[in-house]
Design a binder for this molecule. Structure first.
Ligand SMILES: *Cc1c(COP(=O)(O)O)cnc(C)c1O
Length: 395
C-alpha cells in the first residue's frame, strides 16, 4: 500500500539537501538555499506526471480539499455532494468553507453514483466531490457529464488514488481541481503533505494565494507582495516536500508491486463462487492499494470478518463498521458536534444528518470486505495470506 513501506537513501538525500542549507521554507531565501527548491520541484514533476498545467503543494490532503473548494468559489451556504464512504476529511473540508455536505449513494464502484447525484440536486448545489476510494476510480466520465450538464463544479478527492488513471487520463484531472494527500498511509508520503492540480490558471492562482495568507508570490520581497484575497497558512515545509520528491520518483515501482500482489490475492479469491469483486470502470488504471470484494449478504460478510480475525489476517478492514470511513459511525457529524459553532448552523435548510437515507450504500458496504495490499510482501507472505483466506472461505 503505502509509501511508509518504502523509505531509504533517496528520501534521506533529499531531506539532507534541505538540512544542509537550513532553508526549511518553500519561499524566498534564494541565495541561502543553494538551488534546492523541494516544493517547487515536486510541483513541476507532479504536474508533468498528471499531465496538467498546474500543481500546488499544501500541508495535507485535508488542506488540499479545503483549498480546492475555496479556490473554486465554494463557500457559505453552497451545497456540495459527497459520498458516505470516504475518510472524514472530505465532509470536514466542506464544513470548513462554510458549505453544506449533501450525501448521495455510492454504486458498485464503491464511489459516488452518478444517478444518485442527480437525485439530490437542489438550486443550492454548487459542486460535486467524488472520492476515488481505496485506490480505484468512480465512474468519473459520467460524473463529469452530470456536472457539465447541470453547471456544477467537479472537484476530485484523489487522496487515495494517486497514480490512478481512467483510460489513460490521470484521476484528479477530470474536474476543475483534483486533491491529493501524502500522509503516512497514502501511496506516496511526505510525512504530511498534499497537493491540488488544475488546468486553470485562475484557479491555480487562487489556490496558491489562499494557502499562503493571500500572498500573490510576485517579485522577490515577501513583505512587499500584494494580497489579492484573504487566505490561511496551509504551506508545506521543505522537509516534507523533500520526502515527497523522492517518493514521487518511486510511484511507478510502488504501483507495479501493488498490482502484482493484488492480482495474486484476487486470483486466489476468484475460485469462490460466493465472492464477487468491486466494479472497477478501468481495471488498467487501478492503483491496487486495496482489494475489495463482496459477499452475498451482511451475515456472510460478518461471518467472514470473524473468520479473518480467527486466522489472524491483518489489514482487512470491514468499512461498514469502521469509525472513520463510513457515515453510519460519524456520530459527531450526525449531532453537528464541533469545537465551536459551525457556519452551516446559520443555514435555513440543512440535511438531517441523523436520518440520512443511504440504503443503497448500506446494502453494498455491509457486504464488502477489504484487504490492504502491501508493497513489501514476499512470496512467503503472499502464500501465507492465501492459505489463511482459503481457511476462511474454503471452510
Ligand atoms: C487521507 C484522506 C484525506 C486527508 O488527507 P490528510 O493528508 O490525512 O489530511 C482526504 N480524503 C481522503 C479520501 C483521504 O483518504
Amino acid at each position: 500500500m503505502p509509501g511508509f513501506e518504502v523509505f531509504s537513501q533517496e528520501e534521506r538525500k533529499e531531506v539532507l539537501d534541505v538540512l544542509d542549507t537550513g532553508v526549511l521554507f518553500r519561499y524566498g531565501f534564494d541565495a541561502a538555499r543553494k538551488g534546492h527548491w523541494k516544493a517547487k520541484t515536486f510541483e513541476k514533476e507532479f504536474a508533468k506526471r498528471m499531465n496538467v498545467k498546474y500543481c500546488h503543494m499544501v500541508s495535507s490532503g485535508t488542506t488540499a480539499d479545503i483549498t480546492a473548494l475555496a479556490a473554486c468559489g465554494v463557500g457559505a451556504g453552497d451545497e456540495v455532494i459527497v459520498p458516505p464512504f470516504t475518510f472524514v476529511a472530505t465532509f470536514e473540508a466542506v464544513l470548513a468553507v462554510g458549505a453544506v455536505p449533501v450525501f448521495a449513494d455510492i454504486d458498485d464502484t464503491l464511489c459516488l453514483a452518478p444517478e444518485s447525484v442527480e437525485k439530490v440536486l437542489t438550486p443550492r448545489t454548487k459542486a460535486v466531490m467524488p472520492v476515488h476510494m481505496c485506490g480505484s476510480m468512480a465512474k468519473i466520465d459520467e460524473l463529469e457529464r452530470v456536472c457539465r450538464e447541470k453547471g456544477l463544479i467537479l472537484i476530485e478527492d484523489t487522496c487515495q488514488a494517486v497514480g490512478g488513471t481512467f483510460f489513460g487520463q490521470a484521476l484528479g484531472t477530470f474536474g476543475a481541481m483534483g486533491c491529493f494527500s501524502f500522509d503516512p498511509v497514502k501511496t506516496i508520503t511526505a510525512g504530511e503533505g498534499g497537493a491540488v492540480v488544475t488546468q486553470d490558471e485562475a484557479l491555480y492562482n487562487a489556490a496558491d494565494q489562499f494557502s499562503d495568507h493571500g500572498h500573490d508570490h510576485v517579485g522577490n520581497d515577501r513583505g512587499a507582495e500584494d494580497h489579492p484575497i484573504m487566505g490561511l497558512n496551509f504551506r508545506i515545509s521543505e522537509l516534507n516536500a523533500a520526502v515527497a520528491v523522492a517518493q514521487l520518483r518511486k510511484l511507478d515501482f510502488i504501483l507495479e508491486k501493488q498490482r502484482a500482489n493484488k492480482k495474486a490475492i484476487k486470483d486466489a479469491l476468484s475460485k469462490y463462487k460466493d465472492i464477487s469483486f468491486r466494479h472497477i470502470p478501468d481495471p488498467a488504471g487501478d492503483t491496487a492499494t486495496f482489494l475489495c470484494w463482496l459477499l452475498p449478504d451482511e451475515a456472510a460478510a460478518r461471518e467472514a470478518v470473524a473468520g479473518i480475525a480467527k486466522v489472524g489476517l491483518s489489514g482487512c478492514p470491514y468499512w461498514y463498521a469502521n469509525k472513520w470511513h463510513y457515515f453510519k459511525s460519524w456520530d459527531h457529524l450526525h449531532n453537528l458536534k464541533a469545537a465551536s459553532r459551525l457556519p452551516i448552523e446559520l443555514c435555513e435548510r440543512l440535511p438531517n444528518y441523523k436520518n440520512l437515507d443511504l440504503e443503497a450504500s448500506d446494502k453494498l458496504m455491509s457486504r464488502t470486505l477489504t484487504m490492504q495490499i502491501m508493497v513489501n510482501w514476499t512470496e512467503a507472505d503472499l502464500a501465507d495470506r492465501i492459505e489463511k483466506l482459503d481457511k476462511v472461505f474454503g471452510g
